[in-house]
Design a binder for this molecule. Sequence first.
Ligand SMILES: Cc1cc2nc3c(=O)[nH]c(=O)nc-3n(C[C@H](O)[C@H](O)[C@H](O)COP(=O)(O)OP(=O)(O)OC[C@H]3O[C@@H](n4cnc5c(N)ncnc54)[C@H](O)[C@@H]3O)c2cc1C
Length: 319
Amino acid sequence: MKEFKHHDAKTVEEASALLAEYRGKAAVIAGGSDILGVIKSDIIPNYPEALVNIKTIAGLDSVKVESGVLKIGALTTIEDIAENATIQGGWNVLSEAALSVAAALIRTMGTLGGNLNQSVRCWYYRYPNEMGGRFLCFRKGGALCYAVPGDNRYHSILGGQVCFAVQPGDTSFALSALNATIVTNKRSIPIDNYYVVLGNVLAQDEFVVEVQVPTPAAGTKQAYTKFRYRRAIDWAITSVASCITTSGGTVSDARITLGGVAPIPWRSTEAENVIKGQAITEALAVQAGAAAVKDAFALSDNAYKVQVAKTLVKRAILG
Ligand SMILES: Cc1cc2nc3c(=O)[nH]c(=O)nc-3n(C[C@H](O)[C@H](O)[C@H](O)COP(=O)(O)OP(=O)(O)OC[C@H]3O[C@@H](n4cnc5c(N)ncnc54)[C@H](O)[C@@H]3O)c2cc1C
């Protein structure tokens, strides 16, 4: 590894000031389970001059409910989210998604903020510099997404534009279905507006301090379904997070988010609109699955994801 400075921030204000001082040449470190690998493999040309450790800020690891809003500190570990009885009781799509992350060791190191902001797992993006040089792909300021002419079996089928890597964080899909708000040191951002194709909307001196989640309406059924090759440790090939509210036998509200298929958590308003106002039947669920992939654009090796996504949406709706 090259040399970098390491600052232990004691407060949110101190971390903000440090990030501002480095003007984009510093990065936040929380659990370190992702960023240290990124740095070690030297995959990004703008190697950080400093890491600002936010784990030394007290109070950012709590889980509480205030006025019906679940508030989870950014330093809460993924394991604590998976095991928290309050979250399991009222926001189970999130605890299920958290439990599906990696294995206990990584869940115990990794934090919510880190899971939401981890780098993409694209093998061109992650290619280690010491193995013959890094791929200067579009995400790193180059002109090409190497996955398009290359091996793209794990890449996007929806919303890929300049980069076809998929957003990897399981908790982001669940929080999208739950209509969460990301609270930073500067502002509150609805999760629907947080992710963009090349990452997120955070400014250079901005970081996540808390995630707020409203209480789902009475009659809401939540589920997280994740398809992956290895059940032990694996990111989603495709996943579906769903919150479906029924009253009087018909769907009164729904949020359905697909993971592993797009560079952002992919909210399928198409699938939601198919079921809203309707009584759930198998035929309706099939129709919603088809609507979810209506705009899918498969690359050379990932057409299988279209069928997987269609089926998972159907299963999520049928419960
Ligand atoms: C073998 C393996 C398997 C895995 N499987 C899965 C999986 O199945 N599903 C899944 O979702 N993930 C998976 N992961 C990824 C893992 O969940 C992440 O490494 C972890 O969540 C990152 O959390 P961290 O606190 O260690 O982040 P760090 O490594 O500290 O940071 C990661 C990134 O997030 C940024 N960051 C951290 N905290 C904040 C914050 N508060 N605000 C803004 N930016 C921040 C950092 O600057 C960095 O860019 C896997 C990882 C490994 C190594």
